[in-house]
Design a protein around this ligand. Structure first.
Ligand code: EPU
Length: 303
């Protein structure tokens, strides 16, 4: 969606928010799928309430995009203006075992920065692509670790109230790939409490997780990680694999040969290709196993 109203453009500019016109969003996502839209890059969190107020007042639909590593965007001109947080420098600050992290920070880099300060616990998350904010919203997890365990305080922009609010860790429910945040809440910063551990020990844990991941996941291909959540007590990857669907494709959207719950953009896949592949695999799993798989990837749908 384009912002054309000159008064609105001037008001956005006055807030110090960058207005980027007609950006290709495929370049902003790990799947490299998505059409175009104007992007508003927010440098100071405090400007969000006023910015969102302006957009609402002018009837401009908007959505927030984090690191782009767990999302499937539509093709063509998007029906929303896209908001993104600018990276802060520095984006991590230490106080004893507490680490204050900006939500635009890269998750993997945060894990290694903390390791250098002899603070660990999140080693399992090392290869999970994306931002701290995205990890928080989804309660990202891998190899027995989930980020929610370490969350003590989160600052969010709460769309429902139009205000910036601070929640304590125990006010938030962290479940398997799900949290109690509202879909339109925007994660701004977080206080994590990590474990004191020697750097060498954390590094060893990081190496083990990296090796496991390299052995089982298609890391150098365009994907959004696992497409489906695991059903209770089951494994989406195993079921899809047992159905013989590795390499199965719709257009350039393909089930990975390495891990069947990773769907790859093998060339120039469109959103429509990927959605058709998701629907096809879901139907086959339902017919064979009687299990309704739920997407793990966040699909942006026009209402
Ligand atoms: N399996 C197969 N064929 C496959 C893939 C897996 O038979 O093609 C079998 C494996 O052999 C294993 C079982 O399925 O017995 C589970 O596989 P794996 O250990 O790879 O774990 P997963 O449940 O598929 C989960 C997370 C991953 C995370 C890994 C490691 C979900 C949906 N996936 O995968 O997270 O990296 O564990 O902890 O929870 C993601 O969130 O995007 C993601 C990739």
């Amino acid at each position: 969606m384009r912002i054309n109203d000159s008064k609105l453009i001037a008001a956005i500019d006055a807030l110090g928010v960058d207005h980027k016109v007609g950006v290709s969003l495929a370049q902003k996502t790990s799947l490299e799928i998505g059409g175009t839209s104007d992007i508003l890059v927010i440098h100071r969190h405090e400007t969000l309430p006023e910015l969102v107020h302006l957009l609402k007042q002018e009837g401009v639909p908007h959505r927030f995009l984090g690191g782009g590593s767990n999302v499937l965007l539509p093709d063509g001109e998007l029906p929303w203006v896209v908001l993104q947080l600018a990276r802060q420098d520095p984006d991590v600050r230490f106080e004893g075992n507490n680490v204050y992290v900006d939500c635009a920070a890269d998750l993997g880099r945060t894990v290694t920065t903390c390791a250098k300060h002899d603070l660990g616990g999140m080693e399992g998350l090392i290869g999970v692509p994306g931002s701290i904010g995205g990890a928080l919203r989804m309660n990202a997890g891998a190899y027995g670790t989930q980020i929610g365990t370490y969350v003590r305080e989160v600052k969010i922009f709460r769309a429902a109230s139009g205000r910036i609010e601070t929640l304590t860790g125990n006010e938030i429910n962290f479940e398997y790939r799900h949290t109690s945040f509202a879909p339109d809440d925007i994660m701004l910063s977080v206080r994590l409490e990590l474990l004191s551990k020697p750097y060498s020990e954390i590094l060893q844990g990081i190496r083990i997780c990296n090796e496991k991941r390299r052995a089982s996941q298609p890391l150098n291909q365009k994907s959004a990680g696992c497409i489906f959540k695991n059903p209770p007590g089951g494994s989406a990857g195993r079921m899809i694999d047992e159905l013989g669907l590795k390499g199965h494709s719709v257009g350039d959207a393909r089930v990975s040969d390495r891990h069947a719950n990773f769907f790859i953009n093998a060339g120039h896949a469109t959103s429509a290709d990927m959605l058709a592949l998701i629907a096809d695999v879901r139907r086959r799993v339902r017919e064979k196993y009687g299990v309704e798989l739920e997407e793990e990837v966040i699909v942006w749908k026009a209402q």
